[in-house]
Design a protein around this ligand. Structure first.
Ligand SMILES: Cc1ncc(C[n+]2csc(CCOP(=O)(O)OP(=O)(O)O)c2C)c(N)n1
Length: 197
């Protein structure tokens, strides 16, 4: 656990691989627009992965819906800082509903990287984990380094949530891209969650 100022700058693909390696129970993972889901895709073709195309800010609300619909399945949202800043109200909704099985991971590179690395508010004075705590998500912390990230993920998968893990990351581009086929992505995810034969 760290404060924003002493959290190590890490790498999104490395952290995504560390996360995926810890998933043993067909956990649902919702990747946000662009880089977060590209690196999720590159970390293994899990049928329980959903890749958001097109709209910022929807990984967390989609994950909330999945967590409520399937309370016995851990659900993880991967979102960029620019995207979560567009949908901060979702944090208050989650704090109100308290889904025990929901984990949010915010990949904060302080930029809208995929559209040209324009700086977001987190490049200045905004602290996502502090915002989440203020919204009512008590278990919202910065990962100090890779080992701390793994520990926080392990805890978030084992203990009651909701929880939010914020990580500071570099601006390495994503290593792969998904196919842009929304119907196929939805279909595979529904089968992965056992709601479609
Ligand atoms: C509602 C909405 N506004 C703007 C865009 C254009 N857009 C696509 S990705 C992106 C930047 C995303 O930033 P962030 O979530 O921080 O992820 P990063 O690119 O840094 O990985 C923008 C501005 C969009 N797709 N949807």
């Amino acid at each position: 656990m760290a404060e924003i100022g002493n959290a190590k700058v890490m790498n999104r693909f490395d952290l995504t691989k560390r996360l995926v390696a810890r998933l043993q129970h067909e956990e649902a993972v919702i990747g946000g627009i662009g880089n977060t889901h590209f690196d999720l895709w590159a970390s293994g073709r899990r049928p329980q992965n959903f890749y958001m195309l097109g709209s910022m800010g929807l990984a967390v609300p989609i994950a909330l819906g999945v967590a409520l619909a399937q309370p016995n399945r851990r659900t993880i949202a991967l979102e960029g800082d620019g995207s979560i800043l567009m949908q901060l109200g979702a944090l208050a909704t989650i704090a109100t509903l308290q889904p025990k099985n929901l984990v949010i991971i915010v990949m904060d590179n302080a930029a809208y990287q995929i559209t040209g690395a324009q700086r977001t508010a987190t490049a200045f004075r905004t602290d996502i984990a502090a915002i989440a705590r203020g919204a009512g998500l008590a278990k919202s912390v910065w990962a100090a380094d890779e080992q701390d990230f793994e520990l926080l993920v392990e805890r978030a998968l084992a203990e009651d949530g909701p929880s939010l893990i914020a990580v500071r990351i570099d601006r390495e581009p994503a290593v792969a891209t998904t196919e842009r086929d929304p119907a196929q992505i939805r279909d595979r995810f529904m089968r992965g969650l056992g709601v479609k034969k």
